[in-house]
Design a protein around this ligand. Sequence first.
Ligand code: CUA
Length: 336
Amino acid sequence: MLALAALAWLQSPTPALTEHRIANIFKPLASPAESEYQIALFSFVITGAIFVAVAGLIIYTMVRFRRRRDDDTRQEPPQVYGSNQIEAAWTVIPILIVFVLIGVTARVVASVENASPPASTVKLTLIGHQWWWEVQYPDFGVVTANEIHVPVSRDGAHTATYLQLESVDVIHSFWVPQLSGKTDLIPNRDNFLWIDPREPGVYLGNCAEYCGTQHANMLLRVIAEERSDFERWAAEQRRPAEQDGQIGEARATFESLSCVNCHTVKGTAAAGKFGPDLTHLMSRQTLGAGVLANTGANLRAWVNDPQQSKPGCFMPSMKLTDRELDQVVAYLQTLK
Ligand code: CUA
């Protein structure tokens, strides 16, 4: 089953981009993640040195002064009472260490948060829903879901993407480990974040704040591509859905069902806002916010009963007849 899924995955017509499949915090590929990685390393070295010194002294003392057969238990070793030097040392040194850590951390946080966007910056709004991500590009007139396309940042042409983070229900958290640290998506509050991926590819992320039963399946992809590819993608996404005479019947079936109350397909009667925009569903790599690869068989299974793949999600099984299911799936597959 897993092997089959992997095979279907390999064969799915995804662009030839490197998949940074391992969401690895130790291999940062964007400025904010890089700064955060360095400061984590710095703190780790300092706290590691303290640990080694303290543990080393304890072990040395245990071994050196262990009880011996000929010990005279009536005699105490020499005692130290009220040494100003020792007390000053173990008060002042930890304070200095704490201040160094505070200072270095504050500097990095400020440099990440106060960075001013370059002119070529792409802005997008990421909205958390239970349990999927809505992605809006107001400047491009694009709305999509669960996959964020961004231009890659090159040495000569530094660029970045600014994300405004919002939530319609509960607190979620954006986390794509190779691009930046976590930032929460909080209802009634706008948070901001920026990323500048240095290598083209697909970066995996997930919701990092427990937000209900399908929290673990609230997955996210960041697709970093050359600026020209990004612009082409945005232009494709802006188009309304394809109008094709041959799919008239399938489309009529889709529009007659209650799918349209929750989903939008630009240029049709479907204008619901509760679920993901489906206008260009076939251009995405996954279904159900990353739970299934976007293949024909998976799409059919998902539409038939989403609760099988994502129990508890808000899309119910519509109990479609086989004919309706065929038509809806056929129609969705035209949404390129
Ligand atoms: Cu959304 Cu956890």
